[in-house]
Design a protein around this ligand. Structure first.
Ligand code: SF4
Length: 88
């Protein structure tokens, strides 16, 4: 019997970037569920809009370490709300 592999087809959508994102490569789109994971993984680069209940990129990474944590945050986001194609 064939095995069906389900893959989440979603990717962050740069046309739906939140307005608070710092301009540049990384961004959060409007599908963020405010789970806090990116803020824990990359606290120097992600912040929370507490009033509206979502995260956004407060600062683009400037060091290799920050870039690594931002990439990790992108990969960990449970709803794929973080994109890294914001410069296109
Ligand atoms: S990890 Fe994803 S869903 Fe969770 S707060 Fe960050 S952008 Fe939002």
């Amino acid at each position: 019997m064939p095995v069906k592999i389900l893959v989440n087809p979603r990717m962050a959508e740069r046309t739906q970037k939140l307005s608070e994102n710092a301009s540049g490569k990384f961004y959060v789109d409007t599908t963020c569920i405010d789970c806090d994971l990116c803020r824990q993984t990359a606290p120097a680069n992600f912040a929370r809009n507490a009033e509206k209940g979502y995260s956004y990129v407060s600062k683009q990474p400037v060091t290799p370490e920050e870039a690594k944590f931002c990439q990790q945050a992108k990969e960990e986001c449970p709803v794929d709300s973080i994109g890294d194609d914001g410069e296109g």
